[in-house]
Design a protein around this ligand. Structure first.
Ligand SMILES: N[C@@H](CCC(=O)N[C@@H](CS)C(=O)NCC(=O)O)C(=O)O
Length: 214
């Protein structure tokens, strides 16, 4: 099976899928859609992903879009290691943790939303920073209340919720959101920083990542 991931090193939605691919031990070809050059809006890419968003995963020429359905597809087709627990209540709980990130945190701080705030609503940089911090913090407050006292987001192996949480922590660090009040979130981030799949998927490790000038 040929897998080709259309993404961008700093895209947290693409990062979620990279983590899932790495946890499954799957090889993937990466195609860069440079968000800074607005390549996500080009007609060629919109023919693949009509929303003009990354990621998209090509599977033998067929296209899957939206990071969470992509990860669930990967989990169905490559069941080991599982990214969702077996029992329905646990599955719903893990999907809820993922939804807090993917539905309620990330969309409010997405590039196109920040662009609109800056360019059309003329928000100042401090106002944009406060906006990012507010929506991130609200999400982390809820996650902190729902996460367990030990281990990963659910149990002793990483799964779907961690595929979403860790990129959101990366985003929070990038935008200087204070994570001090969230010790469970920080504990899971520390676990991920030592885990080979999470390390492989990290934005700084991607072929299209900005390199320090030499
Ligand atoms: N719900 C989508 C979100 C995808 C998304 O918003 N991707 C961002 C990068 S993290 C993007 O392509 N932004 C481009 C833009 O806002 O123009 C998913 O989970 O795949």
């Amino acid at each position: 099976m040929q897998l080709r991931l259309h993404g961008y090193w700093r895209s947290t939605a693409a990062y979620r899928v990279r983590i899932a691919l790495a946890l499954k031990g799957l090889d993937v070809e990466q195609a860069t859609i440079d968000l800074r050059k607005a390549e996500q809006g080009a007609a060629g890419y919109r023919a693949i992903q009509p929303q003009g968003l990354v990621p998209a995963l090509e599977v033998d020429g067929r296209v899957l879009i939206q990071s969470l359905p992509i990860i669930e597809w990967l989990d169905e087709v490559f069941p080991q290691p599982p990214l969702l627990p077996r029992d329905p209540f646990g599955r719903a709980h893990v999907r809820a943790l993922a939804a807090i990130v993917a539905s309620d945190m990330h969309p409010l701080n997405n590039l196109r939303v920040l662009k609109r705030l800056r360019e059309d609503l003329h928000a100042s940089e401090p106002a944009v920073t406060a906006w990012i911090s507010e929506w991130s913090t609200r999400g982390f407050v809820a996650l902190e209340a729902l996460l367990p006292a030990r281990g990963w987001s659910f149990g002793d192996q990483p799964g779907l919720a961690d595929c979403c949480l860790i990129p959101q922590v990366y985003s929070a660090q990038r935008f200087d959101v204070d994570l001090t009040p969230f010790p469970k979130v920080r504990r899971i981030a520390a676990l991920a920083s030592e885990h080979p799949a999470f390390r492989l998927a990290h934005p700084d490790r991607q072929p299209d990542a900005d390199r320090p000038a030499s």
